[in-house]
Design a protein around this ligand. Sequence first.
Ligand SMILES: [Ca+2]
Ligand SMILES: [Ca+2]
Length: 92
Amino acid sequence: MTQLEVAMTILMKTFDSYAAMEGNKDTLNKTEAKLLLEKELPGLIAEAKNQAEVDKMLQSLDFNGDSEVDFNEFVVLIAALACACHDRCTHT
Ligand SMILES: [Ca+2]
Ligand SMILES: [Ca+2]
């Protein structure tokens, strides 16, 4: 596999392993989503100043408003983070 393929596989596996912890195994509930962010994206959590901001971040992830984060919604977050990161890395 190429590096990009490996990266995509890791994304899917990471999502699946957290999504399978409780309830619906295809989606992240609030607890699972928070845990994933804390464990896998600690830098992002560190930028949030308080719990309310983390909650807001999680809420903004849930585009269809069903209180769960599905894989599509998760990928949008990752893409947004990658863009922000790319901007920061290439324009400084
Ligand atoms: Ca779940
Ligand atoms: Ca949702």
